[in-house]
Design a protein around this ligand. Sequence first.
Ligand SMILES: C[S@@+](CC[C@H](N)C(=O)[O-])C[C@H]1O[C@@H](n2cnc3c(N)ncnc32)[C@H](O)[C@@H]1O
Length: 306
Amino acid sequence: MGRTQWCIAVARGDAEAARRRLAGDGMLDRTLKPRMEGELLLLPVVEPCEGARECEFEAFPERVELPRHELIGGIAIMQEEDPAGAERLLASRPSLHTVLLPESAVEGEYRTRRYTVLAGTPTTKTRYTEYGLRFDLDLGLAYFSARLSTERQRLLSLVQEGECILDMFAGVGPFAITLARRARVVFAADLNPDAVHLMIRNLALNRTGNVIPILADAGHLDRIGMPPLDRIIMNLPLAAPQFLTAAANLCRDGGWIHLYALQEQPGEFLPLIDALPVGDVREQEVRTYSPGKWHAVYDIRIEKEE
Ligand SMILES: C[S@@+](CC[C@H](N)C(=O)[O-])C[C@H]1O[C@@H](n2cnc3c(N)ncnc32)[C@H](O)[C@@H]1O
């Protein structure tokens, strides 16, 4: 719907300077869209001023304030209990079906969270797409973090064609399925049966035929009889360091381990790593966790003595 408002007509070349001057004077009407009239740009102003005339303008759509949230597929996760904000959020995107509020931190052996539903369909299930791969998730039953997508692509860029890879804490399979694009085979273990069920579903969804899902404790993987591995992913930030020796035994000479750890000091896990037969070690921050704590990844090259 058009609205009549005062405006200043300026030549195209002078438009940006005029817009800035009017904005600086508090004169620009930001609720209306400037428009062209022949060679002139009409800038709406909040009150009559020298050279102003009245014209019809289209209004900008009203801006709705949305609460802070994280998106995972059709689910938005909010950090505050704000049911009205959750309803606004739900209405703002047709792809959203549910707004959740965490009731707990990531907890327990399976690293899951409990949620309450703030708006929409009462479910913790959703489908999420990442770099063309699709994942069925159930955030209440198995761990998933969309924030690791860049890290998955970084590891994919390191993988050489034909590698044998082990994902020791595979969850619903995002690292395993991403790296399977280049690997010969990926062994993907997790001790949460719901995570392994979802992983199997995700293998089918993505027609991935070279990932072997394993329902097992990482501490028992040496009994499976895997070939010496080119690369091992260890993404269980609180406890992975305790499986590091087992991983080093499973890794081939010249292979790589990617150890994710939660730390408070740069290089905190280097003494543990240096006790292994290692060559090159590179450490990087992945993301902050809380003030003074961050997730780090150590890329560790294993060098075994003959
Ligand atoms: C932080 S999540 C990471 C999952 C997955 N890598 C991802 O990025 O989505 C850690 C996973 O390790 C699994 N886990 C915990 N302890 C384990 C163990 N001892 N052996 C195998 N898996 C374990 C949990 O069930 C959980 O799915």
